[in-house]
Design a protein around this ligand. Structure first.
Ligand SMILES: Nc1ncnc2c1ncn2[C@@H]1O[C@H](COP(=O)(O)OP(=O)(O)OP(=O)(O)O)[C@@H](O)[C@H]1O
Length: 522
């Protein structure tokens, strides 16, 4: 099937054609003669395991990385000079929207829309704000939407943020031209704004502009895209496979090159013999109020809700990263006042937090994978003679790399050189290696591929089985269903009574909305 390109929405010249593009970093060949063909007016998925080369391809196409000699890229039939010049790519309508939508929160909507495009007056070099506002308004009008131009982006709701990001990417393309690449941009969108996002994409592709969507959410690929290209170890093993009629199992098989074992589909059951539970009582923060949750050793408890319901505040309040306004926690026979506890005190008490957004929090990107894994491990800093200690450390790092399938499996590589999903695995390894009493996870599998998700689920379950209490805050019902013994639903800051016992993903969505699960595209 490789290379055969069944074209879907529009015929004629592909909007974007990639031929034999390769990229090598040192001894690592991240892309190997990749082929890709995006036709006018389609949403085209690009999927692959962590480290398979998706972001590298997006970065080559927008000029961040120069490719190896030999490849070719065409936009609307005409060749694009390689290495790509970013301004030239933009002028040809090829733009990228990065993870987390790439917005600057403390800038206004008009500044975000026009950043990098401001036209200064010839003599005074001052920005002509009226023209900039007109251009920004026109960009939003193309989507048929109105967002206040002078408001700071950080103050917008998620739907408006998504609108601004798409309008910004769209403004350089004439109607019916151009390709917008979304590099895991839907990762941090909530369930509600995801629906809005896909409606906007439908209106974008209806004009003939095309979309290349990079994502790990396979259900999203099957729901929202017309065709999909699959990268495996830098090779495009499927090019433009129609998604209609494709099952998730087929897609997983193509992506991994093997069947996925059913391990993660089995329910986790907390061991019957447990010690004292971790009890959290009267926890309040900015949104969360008067929350009581208890997690027994060996148990995995999830917290979830719609955006703004307070569940995503819980990990940071119980780990001392944000100060609670009230609340107490009983852990390992000790009582802790959560309004006084800081992060160092939480770590000393046996709490480990794996936050979301690994680039910002938790990983030292310039340090090696091994150094990161060992950074928080209290046992490694003590005792033994240097050579013995070094051997023990090497063995420990090797075990974690193997257990979580970190790729490439090289402890001496700077963490910043790993792909996004592999960084997530290193961050998890770093905290699992501390053998915490309470492991707190926020969106633990957000950036990881389907195979790595299973490795992470298995590692978290193993920690629970060894007696750790696990608290997971997540907006992903599939993840919660795979992991959790119980799930607590949050509404308006309050934890609802009667947690769901071993719920399915649909049970969770239903409990959150008291309604059915909706498809992303009609
Ligand atoms: N700047 C860099 N220097 C060295 N190696 C790199 C660099 N960027 C990426 N790589 C390597 O290139 C390969 C592809 O990485 P890339 O980030 O493109 O993967 P990805 O498919 O986007 O993964 P993920 O889904 O985890 O984001 C990986 O082996 C990665 O370690």
């Amino acid at each position: 099937m490789t290379g055969s390109v069944p074209r879907l929405p529009g015929d004629g010249e592909p909007r974007l054609r990639v031929e034999a593009v390769s990229k090598t970093f040192g001894s690592n060949r991240a892309l190997r003669e990749v082929e890709l063909d995006v036709v006018p007016g389609e949403i085209h998925g690009l999927v692959g395991q962590n480290g398979s080369g998706k972001s590298t391809l997006a970065k080559v196409l927008t000029g961040y990385h120069g490719p190896d000699p030999g490849g070719r890229v065409f936009v609307d039939g005409a060749p694009l000079r390689l290495p790509v010049r970013p301004l030239e790519a933009r002028a040809r309508g090829l733009t990228v929207v990065h993870q987390s939508l790439g917005l600057v929160n403390d800038r206004t909507v008009v500044e975000n829309l026009r950043l990098g495009r401001f036209r200064a007056r010839r003599m005074s070099r001052r920005i002509h704000w009226r023209e900039e506002r007109d251009a920004a308004r026109a960009a939003l009008e193309r989507l048929g939407l109105d967002v206040p131009l002078e408001v700071k982006v950080g103050a917008l709701n998620e739907e408006d943020r998504a609108t601004v990001a798409i309008a910004r990417a769209l403004q350089d393309a004439q109607d019916g031209t151009g390709v917008i690449i979304f590099d895991e941009s839907t990762r941090s969108l909530t369930r509600e704004s995801l629906e809005h996002f896909y409606k906007l994409l439908d209106s974008v592709v209806a004009t003939g502009t095309s979309v290349l969507l990079i994502t790990h959410r396979l259900e999203e690929v099957l729901d929202a895209t017309d065709r999909v290209t699959v990268l495996r170890d830098g090779v495009s093993v499927e090019c433009g496979l129609p998604t209609k009629g494709l099952s998730e199992a087929d897609l997983v098989r193509t992506l991994l090159g093997r069947e996925l074992l059913g391990l993660a589909r089995e329910k986790h059951t907390a061991p019957a013999e447990t010690g004292q539970p971790v009890r959290i009582e009267g926890l309040s923060g900015q949104v969360a109020r008067d929350v009581d949750v208890s997690v027994a050793p060996g148990e995995i408890v999830g917290v979830t809700g719609i955006a703004g319901s307070g569940h995503d505040e819980v990990p940071y309040l119980v780990s001392g990263v944000r100060k609670a306004t009230a609340g107490r926690m009983w852990l390992g026979g000790k009582e802790l006042a959560l309004s006084k506890m800081d992060a160092a005190a939480a770590i000393a008490a046996g709490v480990a937090l794996v936050p979301e957004g690994r680039e910002r929090e938790g990983l030292a990107l310039e340090m090696t994978v091994a150094e990161n894994v060992l950074l928080a491990d209290r046992s490694c800093r003590r005792g033994a003679m240097a050579p013995r200690r070094r051997r023990a450390e090497r063995a420990l790092v090797g075990q974690w790399i193997e257990r979580l399938d970190v790729r490439p499996p090289a402890g001496d590589l700077p963490a910043g050189k790993l792909s996004g999903g592999n960084q997530q695995k290193v961050l998890l390894a770093k905290w699992l290696a501390t053998n915490p009493d309470l492991l707190v996870l926020h969106e633990p599998t957000q950036a990881v591929d389907v195979g790595a998700r299973h490795a992470i689920v298995a590692a978290v379950r193993a920690a629970a089985d060894a007696g750790c209490a696990v608290l997971v805050s997540s907006s992903d019902e599939n993840e919660l269903s795979l992991l959790c013994d119980r799930v607590v639903i949050f509404r308006d800051g309050a934890a609802q009574p009667d947690p769901l016992d071993h719920p399915s993903a649909d049970d969770i969505v239903q409990a959150i909305y008291s309604g059915g699960k909706r498809r992303l595209r009609a």
